[in-house]
Write a protein that binds this ligand. Structure first.
Ligand SMILES: NC(=O)C1=CN([C@@H]2O[C@H](COP(=O)(O)OP(=O)(O)OC[C@H]3O[C@@H](n4cnc5c(N)ncnc54)[C@H](O)[C@@H]3O)[C@@H](O)[C@H]2O)C=CC1
Ligand SMILES: O=C(O)C1=N[C@H](C(=O)O)C[C@H](O)C1
Length: 264
């Protein structure tokens, strides 16, 4: 039995994660950490009446009072990092879907996890299809090195570009030399028209109501184009990956960044 605490239980992802953990017999949801309702039970919260799970606003207090093996964090970048540090202090293994971490954050958190010999996992995207899209993009980039990434999300999203787009660009840059794309003399008539730049690749972020999470990676070559695309139509699409991460983190020592490291 893996004892789990979920941070951000009223969010889009948190709600789905609560359902998944409740459904899986190998998991036990011990508590949730929320921004409000401290001391209440989820039974007392509208729409969550079937759950007998305590709510804490303070993560340290939560870990002092309930047994926890894995913290699932689905909040915001600043909060996610604080929660990870607290989890490390209590010997709890974090599984983090929250996006917006900087390279420095990941480096710092990796060092702490290594020093404490504690498993930790940060996954910018838990959807298996999106992980495959990243892997296929890395494969294609060896042969077609002119690349533009177009990510599309709902308009409640805080970070841009998405964690998935950044991770995709990082994975591609492992096999691709940095190079400037487009015309050497190109000029933006409107600032931002060519999108963000990552080692010469371009990343474009679309935010519209009605969207969930979508990404296209376009490769251009002489007389040809390759388009790889993934769509998450709902948040349930992320849950098999969250489940896999909770199982896997129990056997890790140190921090793994990206589900691509454990899906082969
Ligand atoms: N890795 C993945 O596959 C996915 C990652 N995400 C990421 O997960 C995060 C959450 O996304 P959504 O659920 O769509 O956002 P959301 O805004 O619906 O939910 C975030 C929740 O976190 C809560 N929260 C914020 N600060 C908190 C604190 N200090 N303590 C406890 N709870 C706190 C908020 O009250 C809110 O309920 C974002 O960073 C998003 O980019 C989203 C979808 C998939
Ligand atoms: O905020 C979201 O919704 C998502 N965030 C993650 C990201 O930034 O890549 C994963 C997925 O795209 C949904």
């Amino acid at each position: 039995m893996i004892n789990i605490v979920i941070a951000g239980p009223r969010g889009n992802m948190g709600r789905e994660a609560v359902k998944m953990v409740e459904r899986e017999t190998e998991f036990k949801l011990q508590a949730v950490v929320d921004r409000r309702n401290n001391g209440l039970n989820m039974k007392d919260v509208e729409g969550m009446e079937e759950l007998d799970v305590p709510i804490f606003e303070d993560m340290s207090e939560c870990f002092q009072q309930v047994a926890c093996d894995v913290l699932v964090d689905l909040t915001s970048p600043e909060t996610g990092k604080k929660h990870m540090l607290t989890a490390f202090d209590y010997g709890v293994r974090p599984v983090v879907g929250t996006t917006g971490f900087t390279d420095d954050d990941i480096k710092e958190l990796s060092e702490i996890a290594k020093e404490k010999e504690l498993g930790a996992l940060i996954a910018p995207n838990f959807a298996i299809g999106a992980v495959l899209l990243m892997k296929f993009s890395q494969m294609a980039a060896k042969y077609l090195s002119d690349i533009e990434i177009i990510e599309q999300h709902h308009d409640r999203k805080l970070d841009a570009p998405s964690g998935t787009a950044v991770k995709t660009a990082q994975m591609i840059s492992d096999v691709r030399e940095p190079k400037k794309q487009g015309h050497p003399d190109e000029k933006e008539q409107l600032s931002g028209a060519r999108g963000a730049e990552y080692e010469g690749m371009r990343i474009h972020s679309v935010r519209l109501p009605g969207l969930v999470a979508h990404q296209e990676v376009i490769f251009g070559g002489e007389g040809q184009s390759l388009k790889l695309r993934h769509d998450s139509f709902n948040r349930a699409s992320f849950m098999p990956g969250v489940k896999l991460a909770c199982e896997t983190v129990m056997n890790l020592s140190g921090l793994v960044y990206g589900l691509d490291q454990i899906v082969d």
